[in-house]
Design a protein around this ligand. Structure first.
Ligand code: MN
Length: 721
């Protein structure tokens, strides 16, 4: 009968006061009897499960009541044994513990999103009565995760998801790092077996390659510490875990090798003083990376974690990440609150994780009392448990959950993809903010949309949610397609008309013939290729000419005036860009330059960047003209030379501009010397006429010597003005 108890007994003998052993054995016997008819999914007798759970806790040296509760944790749920019977035999504390664990077991959290307020409340209540309840539950879950094997896929997914969404964050919050890591590893292996295998293999190989350097560094650290006379308990290279590697690769966009290039070491010492002595000694051996030093001993983390962290430039320039801590801090770092029972004697320090956990549970209870309703309560608990996420409010008061670093645009897409696609501005707590603003928990966010609003390619650089990313990409792709068809159609017709002035429309039969010749399926496809510059319009036009007219017309003989320019409307698009180097505005002579695959850049006719294109790629140049009555404002650079940067100068500039109804996009002053400064502006103007009025007005400001349209600010800098 005691067959399954042996291993647990060995662990218990290491630390447990022998007077409690008979009671623990009795608990085993009760559990054994009660579970006798049951088998686990693996086919083993059921008793192996509670024993395994108790063994996990015995390895962390938890008290006898916790061990007993672990052995009995499933009897109330699965067998005829009652709480009263347990109380009589093992005392009311154990009976309450088992009861608490059973209640936790009955709570099923589907996913984090659907975690019910009531379920959370129950869990917090159970934890608040006796924190050991959650420790037993976490160990129970750990063993279940270790033995997922024979479960059906759907049940396996549910358990893994619940573990990662609910129990892993709780373990983390309680400082039980070892549990958290194992949950993550087992969950990753269960959900992504292929990725896990591949990474494990790569890790094994990399470990072999690193062996030499690890032992060399270890040797050098050891001998240096010896020289300094600091006694150390242990010094070891830190294991890298598959899931954390995967996470870093995904979240920080690092390659596997970049992650493996960092070497982690841990130094364990006897007392607090030695931590700082080791730090001093090692900073003397290798240069530290200054920003990376963290003193979590003086300022522990919220979950009680204590350690010194530093990064050193090791031999061969290898970065070494070091953690320095005492044996006790190490226990705390691994087992968090569960380490409390190991260090009962030392009241000041060792209890910190325990005290913090109690304070935390207490604060949640208070939250529950002060929260207006259960919804508010659950959001508060979630903020506590999942600090990686932000919870923001819509103007109507409903709550949206977003990943950390989410922006106003992510919010807009989370509300609805149409809102995201047409958003033009956002208000956070009723104040206007840029769309790229990162949101914080508790803020109220309002999105302002306009029918003409369009996703901007620049948004892709700051959005974090998959929904926003895929929607923006999709929109830009279809937008680009439509625009390039439109542009291609106009470019092609223009070229055809240049060759055959009596034509106003491309005849269908000619189109069919040309499509067949070019091996293109539809006319839209042809237009798209022309619009994107994959095909040159003039060359395609010659195909049409060949199809439609037997006699070739010599292009060269045509007088230049008949090349009527393509008119553009000034509305910005994905395929049509206004060149940054010269920033054309209505009124400027303009020329288009087609970049194959991208579309057309619009330059001012005299822009220097066109000169090489004129010589080498004239087929990509398109003569353009502005349409009449354009009603958009476009950015243009203005450079002001001023006598001195006298106070009030910027203010008078801004006043002058706002009085003339001009929007400023950017303003910056650079000092040119003691008596001379330059002010760079980017303003939005409708046309050259408006611009020259503004320049005149600026020039009249006292202190400004010259106001002129400038080249792109960046190229100014390069020239060293
Ligand atoms: Mn269980």
């Amino acid at each position: 009968m005691l067959k399954y108890f042996k291993k647990l007994q060995r662990e218990l003998k290491k630390y447990l006061d022998p007077q409690y052993m008979p009671l623990v054995i009795r608990a085993y016997e009760v559990a054994y009897e009660a579970h006798l008819p049951q088998k686990r999914q693996t086919g083993e007798p059921y008793i192996t499960h509670p024993v395994a759970v108790a063994t996990i806790l015995a390895k962390m040296q938890l008290d006898y009541q916790t061990i007993i509760a672990a052995l009995l944790h499933d009897v109330l749920e699965d067998t005829d044994v009652t709480k009263g019977e347990l109380g009589q035999e093992f005392g009311s504390e154990v009976a309450d513990l088992v009861d608490g664990v059973s209640k936790l077991t009955q709570i099923k959290f589907a996913t984090r999103e659907h975690a019910q307020a009531e379920n959370f409340r129950k869990m917090i209540m159970a934890m608040s009565k006796d924190i050991r309840v959650i420790i037993v539950k976490l160990a129970d879950r750990l063993h279940n995760m270790r033995t997922l094997g024979p479960l059906s896929l759907s049940k396996l997914r549910r358990i893994v998801k619940e573990t990662l969404d609910i129990y892993a964050p709780i373990a983390q919050r309680l400082g039980m790092h070892a549990f958290r890591v194992e949950y993550d590893e087992l969950g990753f292996a269960a959900l992504h077996p292929m990725r896990c295998r591949v990474l494990k293999k790569a890790l094994k190989k990399a470990k072999g390659n690193r062996k030499g350097i690890v032992s060399e560094v270890e040797q050098s650290l050891r001998s240096h510490l010896e020289k300094w006379g600091v006694e150390i308990q242990a010094l070891m290279g830190r294991e890298k875990h598959v899931y954390s590697i995967f996470k870093k690769m995904r979240d920080k966009n690092l390659s596997f090798l970049e992650i493996m290039d960092i070497y982690g070491f841990r130094v364990i010492v006897n007392n607090l003083d030695d931590c700082y002595r080791v730090l001093g000694a090692l900073h003397n051996l290798y240069k530290p990376l200054q920003q990376r030093f963290k003193d979590y001993i003086a300022i522990p983390k919220a979950n009680g974690y204590q350690s010194l962290h530093t990064t050193l430039f090791g031999p061969y320039g290898v970065p070494l990440e070091l953690q320095i801590r005492t044996v006790e801090m190490d226990q705390m770092a691994e087992n968090g609150i569960a380490a409390h029972w190991l260090y009962k004697a030392d009241q000041d320090n060792s209890n910190s994780a325990h005290i913090r956990a109690k304070e935390w549970v207490q604060s949640i209870l208070e939250l529950q009392q002060s929260a207006g309703n259960s919804l508010e309560f659950i959001e508060n608990v979630k903020i506590e448990l999942f600090p990686d996420e932000v919870y923001v409010f819509t103007p109507k008061g409903s709550i949206l959950e977003l990943p950390s670093r989410a922006t106003a645009v992510d919010f807009a897409y989370a509300v609805h993809s149409d809102i995201g696609n047409t958003c033009i501005a956002a208000k956070v707590n009723r104040r206007l903010v840029p769309l790229s603003t990162k949101l914080k928990s508790g803020q109220t966010v309002e999105v302002i949309t306009a029918p003409s609003g369009r996703p901007n390619p620049a948004w892709l650089s700051f959005v974090v949610t998959g929904k926003a990313k895929s929607n923006i990409r999709h929109f830009l792709k279809s937008q680009k397609y439509e625009e390039s068809i439109k542009l291609g159609k106009r470019l092609l017709l223009k070229s055809v008309v240049e060759l055959m002035p009596d034509i106003s429309k491309i005849p269908d039969d000619a189109m069919e013939e040309v499509l067949a010749r070019l091996n293109i399926k539809t006319d839209d496809e042809l237009y798209e290729q022309v619009g994107l510059g994959a095909r040159v319009a003039a060359v395609v036009a010659q195909q049409f000419q060949q199809v439609m007219e037997p006699i070739q017309v010599n292009v060269e003989q045509r007088p230049e005036e008949e090349n009527s320019p393509l008119e553009i409307s000034g509305t910005e698009g994905v395929v049509l860009h206004y060149a940054n180097c010269c920033q054309p505005i209505p009124g400027d002579p303009i020329v288009g330059f087609i970049t194959p695959g991208k579309g057309m850049d619009v330059h001012v006719g005299y822009c220097p960047s066109l000169s090489s294109a004129r010589r080498e790629h004239s087929e990509y140049l398109v003569s353009l003209a502005w349409e009449d009555n354009i009603d958009t404002s476009l950015p243009v650079n203005v450079v002001l030379d001023a006598v001195e940067n006298k106070p009030g100068l910027l203010a008078s500039i801004v006043t002058a501009l706002s009085e003339s109804g001009t929007n400023i996009k950017h303003i910056a002053a650079t000092e040119g010397g003691t008596e001379y400064c330059q002010v760079h502006l980017v303003i939005l103007v409708k046309n050259t006429e408006q611009l020259s009025k503004i320049l005149h007005r600026l020039q009249r400001i006292d202190g400004i010597v010259q106001a002129q349209r400038g080249l792109d600010v960046e190229s100014d800098d390069k020239k060293g003005y």
